[in-house]
Design a protein around this ligand. Structure first.
Ligand code: ZN
Ligand code: MN
Length: 147
């Protein structure tokens, strides 16, 4: 499944005139294989032994490129540590405010909320974002062990 996703990504990049390089391939494959929503720095650390000449900036620039091609979603939290997600199907995220872990969850898309916003403001909605914050099960356990 990941092999097919990579094949698809390679085709999409070709279509935008972006050449596939071993580094680009490795970054894409890493992102498609992980569920962790890594930062550019985490991707860099996972791949630096294989690509000693690669820098965090290279990773970041490639992520931007993937984002422009619609292959990657950037999750921003207003602090410099954007997270990246190669799962582009419609889904939402819940973030642990204690350890920073991000989990996916499914929910019907909030199109009705967009419609309601349009009705009450006259805007034409183009997108929305929803993020849930809380304490993950592991952090709940750690907290209860301290009592
Ligand atoms: Zn946590
Ligand atoms: Mn996700």
């Amino acid at each position: 499944m990941i092999a097919r996703a990579i094949e698809r990504a390679v085709d999409v990049l070709k279509g935008t005139g972006v050449r596939m390089t071993p580094q680009r391939y490795a970054i894409l494959a890493y992102l498609l294989e992980t569920k962790r929503h890594p930062t550019a720095d985490e991707i860099y650390k996972a791949l630096e032994s294989r690509f000693p000449s690669m820098s965090v900036a290279t990773v970041y620039n490639n992520l931007k490129l993937f984002k422009e091609a619609g292959l990657v979603r950037e999750l921003t939290f207003g602090d410099h540590s954007s997270r990246f997600d190669a799962d582009t199907h419609e889904h939402y995220h819940i973030t642990c405010t204690s350890c920073g872990r991000i989990e996916d969850f499914e929910y019907p898309t909030l199109n009705e909320v967009e419609e309601q916003a349009a009705r009450s403001t006259g805007f034409i909605p183009s997108s929305h974002r929803m993020e849930i914050y809380g304490i993950c099960p592991d952090c709940q356990k750690k907290a209860s062990h301290h009592h």
